[in-house]
Design a protein around this ligand. Structure first.
Ligand code: NAD
Length: 382
């Protein structure tokens, strides 16, 4: 037993040292890009696995349509990034092959198709690796149900919490297992800043800080405390503490849910509650997701690679709505708000009010490309 304790203590010492160094790197800071001042913006598109290449192909077509003039003028380049496929990742034994990672780092923003993560084995999720390698610390997910007066945006901390050391816990066989949850001051400060900046820039008046600080006193306690310190710079915005358990209930309570606007949460709570919120909107397929850092940002559909659709030969019938929502978020991120608004408006018409063409993954409905044509012809009418 003593040998286990000694080895775990040594491991803990190494983890602490490593995490303090990580906090120092974050605290040293980097500055977010100002897309309005850039001479050229590179948008990388990587297809991923399963239906990924099919839906991203259509996402790229819509982006090219909306950005035609700036692409022709050389102000925006859309670049295909190869190699983020399961076959290649397994061949080189890396979550992201080195040449692919280097190519991604040459881009400013990325539109990414879903990638398959095999059960078991040692291959790390490409998404987890990308968040870490490109320091994409904010997972941003908007959820909107106009008829219910729901207009939410979630700022989920994306780089620490339970995830940063998720596969490096301690186990004493048949006795106990311990995992580690890490909250750094600098890591919390930057996600809080991102949430409050969004609130300020978008006329929001309320930010909900969602934790379990009554139980997780150190990690969540600090998360809440630092969020309030950041909130002090935004006197026009109310910062409210909520516990994750009651917030999970609030989101399905029509009497209260429409009062929420912006949420800021640690990683695991954010992971869970954003799927709940997407379901309220109509399912995880209806949401787009942004993974944002100061230097890079990646935008993707919320769903996975749908291997069953491919096996059944129905890949071309995949619904691209979710990646289109992600493309709209990408446009907003690079300060192309007009183009983003057109795409968002067209999506509301095509998926909610008019629904002349629907793609569901079933052969009796439209193909992914036909739905994209419908969206682009709708944009033309706006
Ligand atoms: P999934 O989202 O791929 O599929 C769930 C269900 O939704 C399936 O019935 C599928 O056919 C359907 N579906 C998904 N997207 C669709 C679309 N655009 N149009 C029509 N139908 C659609 O979830 P899963 O089966 O749990 O995961 C499959 C793989 O995707 C796994 O390897 C998982 O790790 C990976 N995954 C990747 C990401 C990502 O890269 N961001 C996210 C989630 C899952």
């Amino acid at each position: 037993m003593q040998a286990y304790i000694d080895s775990a203590t040594e491991q803990f010492r190494a983890l602490l040292t490593e995490q303090i160094a990580r906090q120092e790197r974050i605290a040293a800071g980097s500055k977010a890009k100002d897309f309005t001042a850039m001479e050229k913006i590179v948008i990388g598109v990587c297809g991923g696995d399963g239906i990924g290449p099919i839906i991203t192909r259509e996402g790229e077509r819509v982006l090219r349509y909306l950005l035609k003039d700036e692409i022709e003028a050389g102000k925006i380049e859309i670049r295909t990034i190869e190699g983020l496929t399961l076959e290649k990742r397994e061949e080189v034994g890396k979550a992201i092959p080195e040449d692919t990672l280097a190519a991604l780092k040459e881009c400013d923003v990325i539109l990414k198709g879903p990638t398959t993560t095999p059960h078991g084995g040692n291959l790390e999720s490409a998404n987890v690796a990308m968040r870490r390698e490109l320091d994409l610390y904010a997972n941003v997910r908007p959820v909107c149900v106009p008829e219910e007066h729901i207009d939410w945006i979630f700022y989920r901390e994306n780089s620490e919490g339970e995830y940063v050391l998720g596969s490096r816990g301690v186990e004493i066989p048949e006795k106990l297992a311990m995992d580690f949850k890490v909250t750094t001051d600098a890591g919390t400060r930057r996600i809080a800043r991102a949430a409050f900046e969004y609130a300020k820039n978008n006329g929001k008046t309320n930010v909900a800080i969602v934790t379990k600080a009554n139980i997780m006193k150190k990690t969540d306690g600090n998360f809440s405390k630092i969020c309030h310190e950041v909130a002090a710079d935004y006197p026009e915005i109310t910062a409210e503490d909520w516990y994750i358990d009651i917030m999970t209930a609030n989101l399905v309570n029509p009497a209260i849910r429409s009062k929420f606007q912006v949420f800021v949460l640690p990683n695991l709570y954010g992971d869970i509650i954003t799927d709940e919120a997407a379901q309220i909107q109509g399912g995880v397929g209806t949401a787009g997701s942004a993974n944002v850092g100061d230097t890079y940002a990646m935008f993707e559909a919320v769903h996975g690679s749908a291997p069953r659709l491919i096996e059944q030969g129905l890949g071309e019938y995949a619904n691209p709505s979710s990646i289109f929502k992600a493309a709209a978020m990408l446009l907003r991120h690079i300060a192309r708000a007009d183009a983003a608004e057109k795409l968002e408006k067209a999506l509301i018409i095509c998926t909610e009010t008019e629904k002349k063409v629907i793609a569901t993954g079933e052969a009796e409905n439209a193909k992914c490309a036909e739905f994209a044509d419908y969206v682009m012809s709708t944009i033309k009418t706006l």
